[in-house]
Design a protein around this ligand. Sequence first.
Ligand SMILES: Cc1cc2nc3c(=O)[nH]c(=O)nc-3n(C[C@H](O)[C@H](O)[C@H](O)COP(=O)(O)OP(=O)(O)OC[C@H]3O[C@@H](n4cnc5c(N)ncnc54)[C@H](O)[C@@H]3O)c2cc1C
Length: 341
Amino acid sequence: MTNFSDNFPLGDRNTFGLDATARYWAEFRTTGELRDIILACRERHLPWYVLSGGSNLILTGNFPGVVIHPAAAEITLPEATLVRAEAAVVWDELVAWTVERGLGGLENLSLIPGLAGAAPVQNIGAYGAEAKDTIETVEYFDTETFDTVRIKGADCAFGYRDSIFKGALKGRAIVTAVEFRLVPEDTPGGGGYTYNIGYGDLHDRVEALGGPTLDHIRRAVIAIREAKLPDPAVTGNAGSFFKNPVIPAAQAERLREAYPEMPGYPSADGETVKVPAAWLIDRAGWKGFRCGTVGVHPKQALVLINLGGATAQEILNLARRIIADVERKFGIALSMEVNVL
Ligand SMILES: Cc1cc2nc3c(=O)[nH]c(=O)nc-3n(C[C@H](O)[C@H](O)[C@H](O)COP(=O)(O)OP(=O)(O)OC[C@H]3O[C@@H](n4cnc5c(N)ncnc54)[C@H](O)[C@@H]3O)c2cc1C
């Protein structure tokens, strides 16, 4: 098949560093190229999967179909405060681009690995901000109708690490571009931009740099992340392996009787509480755990790590042990944030 590379190695294409191959690898720049790829998949009855930065992915084996990878990576400014990023823009390069131009809204999401096209799929989030806060429109190719669709952020069913692209449009939509509505740091005529530094130790870090600016927030976030999270180029990982569980407020209250120090973030209606999975895993004694080729990061219990030569099965087995243990100790069922292919 033209433009298809066969038996393509994926070891360097996923941040866990898992060895696997794709029967075919195909890159697209335009929707025309994407259409041709999907047509070829249909003709040959081949399954397809979109792999962008591979930073939220577990590859459980060789993929028998076509791994589709976006290649167009242009950033443009259709309006003074509207930034458009094609799917293959490196996420952190986009954040840097906006901060350099004094446009606020993405700075708290600095240094998250991956490409811009995956940001709405995952509704990436960090330090009190989520992609959904600024996404105005997502452009995607509909692999059933072959249309290019523009969907409003408000219609993307964004939730915690969740979106319509993981729900109703899963396996159907391929994101080709994302538009973000940002706010100038120095709004003409006053008003100004509201910095978001209330989360964790961000406030103190930003103050130490001289107070809030987009650049200081970006630098503080990068410093915190570099200190806490393993660099995938050195230690294979996929960031947070588990989602933070949301439990009924009554259950949180009962747990606080046994664990008064348990952190929790109540929902606006007070009905539920989000409990940091990292605290549960740490309290259950798993932080820093190592077993053969896999382990739990010593500085961040949410991150499972490949100590060298791990297989997907070994990582998933460790994840299952942690899930079972947390459930036994706290009665809370953790779910995985990472996508499994
Ligand atoms: C060290 C580290 C730290 C991290 N920190 C954070 C964090 O703070 N917050 C956070 O939210 N995440 C974090 N992550 C997870 C990860 O960076 C994000 O989920 C990121 O958005 C994944 O982007 P990617 O391009 O690597 O996507 P991939 O891993 O390639 O894909 C992820 C999923 O999205 C789908 N997908 C990707 N691109 C497209 C597309 N164009 N169209 C349709 N579907 C697509 C894939 O099929 C897959 O299901 C971290 C990961 C690592 C390794």
